[in-house]
Design a binder for this molecule. Structure first.
Ligand code: SAH
Length: 282
């Protein structure tokens, strides 16, 4: 996209999520802040279960088990990290720029009896507070698009990965060329959610390589995820609007809520699952 696109910065993103922390509970995706995965348009799976399904697909890709240590960069309120530890027995450390999310995530880990295995701390993906090669695997679920620079974020992720370790992430990309007419509309919506320009499918392999990672999979799952979620999320939001409104500062809520009649669908954007491995020697 053009140079007028928005560049999110950690502190701003942290404040954004601090204000929203009350909204992420069982009323929508559960303790997850990522889209769900639906097998087909008739799949009646609810939002939270569909979000867990996408988490499970990402868990499979990490191939970790007891004795492994995984870093969750952009951990949200912790649902995916807790599930990862429960399913695999690996130890998980999550970081977020939102202090309130970190607090909530640690509470949820405690409540799930997982605080011995999973911990969350405040930290910025652009400058990770961890040693080189200190993790068996790293994931970034729907978080890299909120970081100021994909290449720098991936380079940091690769730095803390041990040689041969796996990275798994989800990201937005420009699936269809965005017309000049649509560009300001799309940029406006992305900016409202502190999201930077979408990635490019064709450029992803080089992006990973430049970060010191060997691409292993780049797959478009838009039809099963974002293509389904706007309508489904809209229905859930309509049902839970008053509950949500009571949990978020009214001024913040007014800013985030789609304008009356606004069409939030962005068919030009697609959703990717990406995996890579840190080169054995860098
Ligand atoms: N991965 C979680 C949350 C996704 S929402 C889930 O799937 O449920 C995006 C997350 O990325 C938020 O937790 C946000 O605080 C975090 N994030 C965005 N920019 C960040 C940065 N620069 N450093 C660390 N975390 C960041």
């Amino acid at each position: 996209m053009t140079s007028s696109s928005f560049t999110p910065v950690g502190q701003q993103v942290g404040q954004f999520y601090d204000q929203l922390v009350g909204a992420f509970d069982a009323s929508l995706y559960g303790p997850n802040i990522h889209v769900g995965f639906w097998n087909n348009p008739d799949d009646a799976t609810g939002l939270e279960e569909a979000a867990n399904r996408l988490t499970d697909m990402m868990i499979e890709r990490l191939q970790v088990g007891p004795g492994d240590r995984v870093l969750d960069i952009g951990c949200g309120v912790g649902g995916p990290a807790i599930r990862l530890a429960q399913v695999t027995g690996a130890e998980v450390v999550g970081i977020s720029v939102s202090g309130k999310q970190v607090e909530k995530a640690n509470e949820l880990a405690e409540a799930a009896g997982m605080s011995g295995k999973v911990s969350f701390q405040h930290g910025d993906a652009m400058d990770l507070p961890f040693d080189d090669a200190s993790f068996s695997a790293v994931w970034m679920l729907e978080s890299v698009m909120q970081m100021p620079d994909r290449k720098a974020a991936l380079t940091e992720a690769a730095r803390v990965l041990r040689p041969g370790g796996r990275l798994a992430l989800t990201d937005n990309y420009e699936r269809e060329t965005i017309s000049e007419e649509r560009r300001p509309v799309i940029e406006g919506i992305l900016k409202r959610y502190l999201t930077q320009s979408p990635a490019s499918f064709d450029a992803y392999p080089a992006l990973l390589r430049e970060a010191g990672l060997r691409p292993t999979e780049i797959v478009d799952v838009s039809e099963n995820t974002t293509r389904q979620s706007v309508k489904r999320l809209g229905e859930a939001l309509a049902k839970n609007m008053s509950e949500l409104a009571s949990k978020i500062d009214p001024e913040v809520f007014a800013k985030l809520k789609p304008a009356d009649g606004e069409n939030m669908e962005m068919p030009e954007l697609g959703y990717l699952i990406v995996t890579g491995r840190r080169a054995a020697a860098v």
